[in-house]
Design a protein around this ligand. Sequence first.
Ligand SMILES: *[C@@H]1O[C@H](CO)[C@@H](O)[C@H](O)[C@H]1NC(C)=O
Ligand SMILES: *[C@@H]1O[C@H](CO)[C@@H](O)[C@H](O)[C@H]1NC(C)=O
Ligand SMILES: *[C@@H]1O[C@H](CO)[C@@H](O)[C@H](O)[C@H]1NC(C)=O
Ligand SMILES: *[C@@H]1O[C@H](CO)[C@@H](O)[C@H](O)[C@H]1NC(C)=O
Ligand SMILES: *[C@@H]1O[C@H](CO)[C@@H](O)[C@H](O)[C@H]1NC(C)=O
Ligand SMILES: *[C@@H]1O[C@H](CO)[C@@H](O)[C@H](O)[C@H]1NC(C)=O
Ligand SMILES: *[C@@H]1O[C@H](CO)[C@@H](O)[C@H](O)[C@H]1NC(C)=O
Ligand SMILES: *[C@@H]1O[C@H](CO)[C@@H](O)[C@H](O)[C@H]1NC(C)=O
Ligand SMILES: *[C@@H]1O[C@H](CO)[C@@H](O)[C@H](O)[C@H]1NC(C)=O
Ligand SMILES: *[C@@H]1O[C@H](CO)[C@@H](O)[C@H](O)[C@H]1NC(C)=O
Length: 456
Amino acid sequence: MRFHLLTASVSLFMACASAMWLDTNNDTTIVEATNLIVDGVLDYYDGKNYGGVVGMFVWPYYWWEAGGVWGSLIDYTYFTQNDTLVPLIKEALLYQTGDDNNYVPLNQSTTEGNDDQGFWGIAVMGAAERNFSNPDDDSKAWLTLAQAVFNTMTARWDSAECNGGLRWQIFQWNSGYDYKNSVSNGCLFHIGARLARFTANDTYVDWAEKVWDWMYDIGLLDVVNSNDKDYWFVYDGLTIDNNCSNITKYQWTYNQGLMLSGCAYLYNYTEDQKWLDRTLNLLNASQVFFMKIGSVMYEAACQPSNNCNNDQRSFKAYFSRFLGMTAVMVPQTYDGIRQWLVDSANAAAKNSCTGGTDGHTCGLNWFNSTGWDGYWGLGEQISALEVIQNLRVRDFPPPLTANTGGSSKGNPAAGYSTLHTITSPLELETKDLAGAGIITAVVGVSLVAAGVWLVI
Ligand SMILES: *[C@@H]1O[C@H](CO)[C@@H](O)[C@H](O)[C@H]1NC(C)=O
Ligand SMILES: *[C@@H]1O[C@H](CO)[C@@H](O)[C@H](O)[C@H]1NC(C)=O
Ligand SMILES: *[C@@H]1O[C@H](CO)[C@@H](O)[C@H](O)[C@H]1NC(C)=O
Ligand SMILES: *[C@@H]1O[C@H](CO)[C@@H](O)[C@H](O)[C@H]1NC(C)=O
Ligand SMILES: *[C@@H]1O[C@H](CO)[C@@H](O)[C@H](O)[C@H]1NC(C)=O
Ligand SMILES: *[C@@H]1O[C@H](CO)[C@@H](O)[C@H](O)[C@H]1NC(C)=O
Ligand SMILES: *[C@@H]1O[C@H](CO)[C@@H](O)[C@H](O)[C@H]1NC(C)=O
Ligand SMILES: *[C@@H]1O[C@H](CO)[C@@H](O)[C@H](O)[C@H]1NC(C)=O
Ligand SMILES: *[C@@H]1O[C@H](CO)[C@@H](O)[C@H](O)[C@H]1NC(C)=O
Ligand SMILES: *[C@@H]1O[C@H](CO)[C@@H](O)[C@H](O)[C@H]1NC(C)=O
């Protein structure tokens, strides 16, 4: 179905007036809208192509993003109560576990980053919480896989530089090994928070706390006080040279969302006031990712300058998912988040998912009433999918735990036996440097850090 890709740009010149119908209070329209969008998602699925790879999406979408997409589709089957895609999703999740069942498959192992592994870990964590159809093989149970990801990540905790933290890259031969970033550490924090709640094992809380403290002490989490309110921001990352003080202050929706929802899970599980405060402060700061206060979601660091790369074009998907989780885990945040999701979903459906030859290809900018912006791709599709399907986040039971009927089997020691089986780099010269979120591709746009964004 590459035709879809090729013709999408051509159809820019066609008058396609068929707006996607969405009434945010009518579940039928939500289901119909998400069905149409998912149809577009599957156009990019490589696993159904002759000679294609199960679990992967077509070039130029990297392995990590596939992990993101499967997470979106697990929720899609849940929010629509539609099992049609369950076998396809299950096959993908199981095919990509790697020989060690820890989401470091051989094909990816020379280029894989901690964040890449983390996004597959988040997908299987969601499968456990949604009671997604269990595999026959217990060593590939969703919870066990999530624990293997968590355990292998904690084993890479690096106290030698910057007093701790995960590096971006797993392997030292990769560009980015000298960078410690929020998405890698945020994935560890986030998965730890969800494992804590699912298993009621406080060791995961201790780890989440340790990651949070490190990110705060080193300056990746920053508190800005404005009008007597605290706003917590999450910066991209830092290089370990220059005494770990060279912080790249880009702000991405998915980093804010990883930390926000992680805090929400931790509050839900521990009921410790400090996680509530952190949830609310991160939530307040999240307003920088809405076009106007209480309006339409956008990727503030790259969208206004039209410089979002393929990875970044999918970030709003995860942010929407994380906002939905937060609304459920900390019910007092529901109303505010609901308003953001309603405004953003309406904008996506009316202004953006009206493109392509099919008339419902989704674009990148949702806020422009002149319609579809001519962008199309896997990231655009799943972003629209997530923002719309999370309107239903309260219509079904909250994420399960082992005590509330979650049936996925766990193994707290998963992954430990595989820690030293690191593949050696065979062809360093030809390695694919374009892993998840290559930071150098980000252009010099105005940063969202400053208080000016917050003067209301
Ligand atoms: C919800 O939307 C469906 C499909 O557009 C429509 O048939 C139905 O009448 C709507 N229900 C309500 C209560 O408006
Ligand atoms: C169930 O999901 C499939 C795959 O997205 C879709 O084609 C089908 O229309 C859905 N069924 C219903 C009843 O919504
Ligand atoms: C690894 O790559 C080969 C060659 O493209 C492919 O046949 C195989 O299915 C891939 N395995 C995984 C787990 O992606
Ligand atoms: C967050 O924002 C809301 C509404 O603007 C406000 O009521 C609340 O006090 C803020 N919370 C914090 C911790 O600043
Ligand atoms: C490096 O940073 C630490 C902690 O911020 C500080 O104590 C130390 O003096 C710094 N060293 C140099 C050489 O700047
Ligand atoms: C800070 O890090 C950026 C990359 O993140 C790099 O381009 C820049 O040269 C570094 N600055 C210093 C002073 O090392
Ligand atoms: C935890 O989440 C559940 C499900 O939404 C909710 O009923 C409960 O009130 C939450 N607990 C706290 C402490 O907010
Ligand atoms: C809206 O789209 C039109 C046409 O593509 C463009 O000229 C305009 O600058 C856009 N407005 C915003 C706010 O991006
Ligand atoms: C979860 O799935 C298992 C196995 O299919 C089932 O026995 C159990 O009832 C399900 N739990 C819930 C809460 O639906
Ligand atoms: C709790 O989790 C830790 C960390 O993975 C593990 O070592 C420990 O065995 C677990 N405890 C129980 C009772 O499962």
